[in-house]
Ligand binder design. Structure first.
Ligand SMILES: [Fe+2]
Ligand SMILES: [Fe+2]
Length: 364
């Protein structure tokens, strides 16, 4: 937005187009409908004082193709639309370094001049191969991954205007819909715990190569069935019960554990989740299981170690998780088993198998 404002001042162009792509820039999200993105962009333009200027336009060219559209194609489109007019392509200096990896980058340079704004940490270096027109000013970069995490957790980052936040809320974007549904079925305390689990999962996910939206969803929903009446929980447990679940034994000895499997059922039914890894993470968050996938391991650790847990081991496991998730997984399992043994309770065989799998790995 700041780049656009500077370009308007410096070049006074006849037209300045914002061209949202077909896919959201947050690649792991479902594509947000163009209408919603245009509404958000419109609000951001208003906040930046650019709305209502006749030369500022939002183009549906890329979003309307329903496929990834390359920049050279977009420039061809605007070249046809404004024959004979000089075209400029606006970008931050951080994009110049990798520009030669762009699809048909030479074709881009033939069709348009690059208009580059200085981003901190990316000097505007003159280059024979990739010439550009420098934009006057400095343009701090909004940390998009931090923003996205904040939005997933329902926070209100100052970099996002109130009007944009209102659109996000109204359209249920960035998991606003899921959080709303969840808030209706959980007590405030449990909802807060779910946000804390999602927050820690979001913090750790990038280092593990896990898509942030998956981490956030699994964290938010892991306890979605925790406060439902027992009869509803029993109905939600998937009909295809595996032998490893020990359904009959759980019912008799530790029915509370059923909320994990029931949670996966509810996530599918009420929240429309079909992602196998998310459903696995919800199903196994209470017991753990040997061989569980990376997302399931992450949520198992985060459930035990999230902010707000009242036992002292939580903070220790949290610290460990930031250094070594595999070690944190072993520690979380140890803490859970220790509490179960000292309390004299029944321990689910999957939790014991998880412990045994660590010992076998040590030997192997
Ligand atoms: Fe739980
Ligand atoms: Fe939990």
């Amino acid at each position: 937005m700041q780049l656009a404002a500077a370009a308007l001042r410096q070049l006074a162009p006849g037209a300045l187009y914002f061209v949202p792509g077909w896919r959201t820039p947050f690649k792991d999200l479902q594509p947000v409908p163009f209408g919603a993105r245009r509404a958000m962009l419109g609000q951001a333009l208003r906040a930046a004082g650019l709305a209502g200027r006749p030369e500022v336009k939002i183009s549906s060219f890329e979003a309307g193709r329903r496929r990834v559209v390359y920049t050279y194609e977009t420039l061809e489109h605007f070249g046809r639309r404004h024959p004979g007019a000089p075209l400029y392509f606006l970008l931050g200096s951080d994009c110049l370094d990798g520009f030669r990896n762009w699809r048909r980058w030479r074709a881009i340079l033939k069709k348009a001049s690059l208009l580059a704004g200085l981003r901190p940490g990316h000097a505007l270096r003159a280059s024979v191969e990739v010439p550009f027109v420098p934009l006057r000013g400095r343009f701090p970069r909004a940390a998009s991954s931090g923003l996205r995490s904040a939005l997933f957790l329902g926070k209100k980052p100052p970099a996002v205007s109130g009007a944009v936040l209102a659109v996000i809320e109204k359209k249920g974007l960035y998991l606003a819909r899921e959080r709303r549904l969840l808030e209706r079925i959980l007590s405030p305390g449990r909802f807060g715990h779910s946000l804390a689990v999602a927050g820690l999962a979001l913090e750790l996910a990038p280092g593990l190569g896990i898509p942030p939206q998956k981490a956030a969803l699994a964290g938010l929903l892991h306890d979605c069935a925790r406060e439902l009446p027992a009869a509803r929980v029993a109905r939600l447990v998937p009909a295809k019960r595996t032998a490893a679940m020990r359904y009959k034994e759980i019912l008799e000895k530790a029915p509370v554990l059923l909320h994990a499997w029931a949670g996966a059922g509810l996530a599918r039914e009420k929240f429309g989740i079909n992602d196998r890894e998310i459903l696995e993470a919800i199903s196994l968050h209470a017991t753990g299981a040997p061989g569980m996938g990376p997302l399931a391991a992450l949520i198992y650790v985060c459930d035990l170690a999230a902010e707000g847990r009242g036992f002292r081991e939580a903070a220790l496991v949290r610290r460990l998780a930031r250094l070594d998730l595999a070690a944190a997984l072993r520690a979380a399992n140890y803490v859970k088993l220790s509490y179960a043994f000292s309390g004299g309770g029944w321990v689910h065989p999957l939790s014991v198998s998880l412990w045994n799998s660590f010992q076998e790995k040590k030997k192997g």
